[in-house]
Design a protein. Sequence first.
Length: 163
Amino acid sequence: MAKDKEIKTNAMRILEREHIPYGKYTYECEEFTDGIAVADLLGLPHEKTFKTLVTQGKSGEYYVFVIPIDRELDLKKAARAVHEKSVEMIHVKDINRITGYIRGGCTAIGMKKNYPTVVHVSAQSLDTMIVSGGKLGMQIELKPADYKKACRCTFQDIVASGD
């Protein structure tokens, strides 16, 4: 009798190859669901759950920003963090072409290219953080230092104040 093969995403394979421990959460999902709804569905704390946003700078380069699900990216702070004049969100239709992932399943770990990645500073004070696992219906939990190792990110203040 065949054993059900555990489905692993590219991000999970990279973490395992790097010997980085992680936990995973799965949920039923066939289309994009925002991060707050996912966290609520899984009973995860909002402050530990992060969303991945992809932008393009004035130079044409792409940048990845990872922020708490209940916060908004400050585009001016984001641009300063990556030494650009300005950055703007990429179009949803371009996410797969640029990252290799789909909307709602995008993670900085294992994108088509290693784009410069900036994570909000709040992650540094957490024991663990939760990010997309690389496909709809999959979240992964790992230490911020391990996330940094996996995607070579920096930590900076990139969210809008007063949210």
